[in-house]
Write a protein that binds this ligand. Sequence first.
Ligand SMILES: [Zn+2]
Length: 230
Amino acid sequence: MEADLIVTYLTPGHGVRKAYAKSARKVKSRFGASLEPLTHARITLMGKEDAELPRLTQSDIIQPHQGLREGLSCFALASEMAELTMGLLPPGKPAQGVFDLFLEMLGQMERDCTELGALLYKIRLLALKGYAPRLSGCGRCDSKAARFFASQGAVLCDRCSGGMDRRGTIEVSPGSLRLYESLSTWELDKTARIKPSEALLAEVRGLLDAHLEFILARPLRSRAFTSKTV
Ligand SMILES: [Zn+2]
């Protein structure tokens, strides 16, 4: 039915789950505004525990995150965070850590919607899921190295990368390494103090995009969108 909707949720207990919301698009839908994108809601699903498409029977808003939907560029950044999360999580597995991080960062982005915030989220998500790129110390011999090979997910020294194709590899500057490490490790409530230059931000973003494209084996759809609107 055209009025029905398939909604994708990030849940702490079951990771990414889809649900079928009957008549959700009708004006008098009982779900009201609770199905707006990026809404934090308490939901009830009907169907077997492992049902592929359980039916949504109840949905109550906990936090609407209205602010994230008001500006096009902010919505694009938050959508990119959501898309990457769905791309990296195996279906049906508990995801408490990712859920907590995502919720915390949506709140932070609603207060101050910055590209840096979205970047921080992606960096920490990768680390949580075991996909963090290796940016210091050659990925093979641990000696000094600064050239990032997306195909290896790591920087490699000249000796270990001898004979390898260097097209598309990225030189990791000391500044971008420091920025990456700050974004990975600082307490979240202190990260507002990180104020990188545009150039440095672009460097780290480029590095992360190259890494992600290789991991996901496709360009992120909303990245192209964000590049145009931000
Ligand atoms: Zn090496």
